[in-house]
Design a protein around this ligand. Structure first.
Ligand code: PMV
Length: 339
């Protein structure tokens, strides 16, 4: 019998970043991270179980619905993760995977978190397994994309939680608790030159890396408090500080990594001006040149318009906190995760 499942899983944006791993292949992080799960930037993945021993098939679905076989490193990472999921669930079947992103892959926005979260949840569902959201988070992490561990949950998410030995993410507040927006200024839409995997690998070579570990416990606590109290004036400076520090570490790693483009600095400058004008919006950047401006819904319009006018900004994507993955073959998804 062919069993299939379709899952839509969102991207997430970290306020405190995962940067550096003790086991890179299994994404065992050096530090806890806290993120906001997005609503609109999603990967939609259908997994179908094939016969035992059949070869895996991986296809990318285009906007017009046509499919083409995936190749290269993209296919290899997906097949390697399917292999892990087969081993973890003691199953022998092959899989057919069809996947598409709501945001163009070439837009320079991270899609590995949403992609591997969707793949993990859909595969387990197609197999008829219901491991629960903590286990799905652990399994998603094994893809090597650590941030995928956070994308199986909605709202505000911490990974790993203090004292957890399983290193799975956990929701710290539901999406409805606090509506925050993520206005993304796209300044570089090609693939990045250095992967986040290489960034993690080099992180400990930076003289600033150890200092960040010392500062993080206090920073994490401030972010938890800010989320609990819905306090953007507390959250904003901390999330911007942590993102700048990630890039400081990248720039001072051996060999050095410069993710920023000239327009990255122009967007950061514009956000500082906006704050001087009374608009509360704060910047964070992943392992790339694009800038995510975190703000409340009342500021979203003004921030999007201001950033679209900055020289070098190719497009602005508007997203906001969302409820997490959902199944498209039934309506059983609940806020808190696709368990
Ligand atoms: O999940 P990875 O291995 O692509 O690493 C994510 C790295 C950052 O996006 C820069 C930070 C984060 O916590 O999302």
């Amino acid at each position: 019998m062919r069993r299939a499942a379709t899952v839509e899983a969102p991207a997430n944006i970290a306020f405190i970043k995962y940067w550096g791993a003790t086991d890179l292949e299994r994404a065992v992080p050096v530090n806890p991270s806290i993120s906001m799960t997005l609503a609109r930037c999603v990967s939609r993945t259908t997994v179908t179980c094939l016969g035992a021993g059949e070869a895996d098939v991986v296809e990318i679905v285009a906007d017009d619905g046509s499919t083409m076989p995936a190749g290269g490193a993209f296919r290899s990472r997906i097949v390697a993760h399917l292999e892990r999921l087969r081993a973890e669930s003691a199953e022998a079947c092959g899989f057919e995977v069809r996947t598409r992103n709501s945001f163009p892959a070439a837009a320079g926005m991270a899609s590995s978190a949403s992609g591997f979260a969707a793949l993990t949840i859909a595969t387990m569902r197609a197999l008829g397994h219901d491991p629960g959201v903590a286990e799905l988070s652990r399994l998603a992490r094994l893809s090597g994309s650590g941030s995928a561990a956070r994308s199986v949950l909605g709202g505000y998410v911490e990974w790993p939680t203090a004292g957890s030995e399983e290193l799975h993410a956990q929701q710290i507040a539901a999406a409805e608790h606090w509506t925050l927006c993520d206005v993304v200024a796209l300044v570089q839409t090609g693939p990045k030159k250095v992967s986040s995997l290489d960034g993690h690998r080099r992180a400990a070579t930076s003289p600033h890396y150890a200092r960040r570990q010392e500062l993080l416990p206090q920073r994490l606590q401030r972010v938890r408090e800010a989320i609990e109290g819905r306090d953007l004036q507390l959250l904003g400076p901390v999330l911007e500080e942590d993102a700048i520090e990630l890039h400081l570490i990248a720039m001072s790693s051996q060999p050095a990594i410069f993710y920023w483009a000239p327009a990255t600095l122009r967007v950061l400058e514009r956000l500082r001006q906006l704050r001087d004008e009374g608009v509360s919006a704060w910047a964070t950047m992943d392992a790339g040149a694009n800038v995510h401006a975190i703000c409340g819904p009342e500021a979203e319009e003004a921030v999007a318009a201001a950033l679209a006018a900055v020289e070098g900004v190719e497009a602005v994507v508007r997203d906001r906190v969302g409820p997490g993955p959902r199944f498209l073959d039934d309506s059983s998804a609940a806020d808190g995760g696709a368990s």
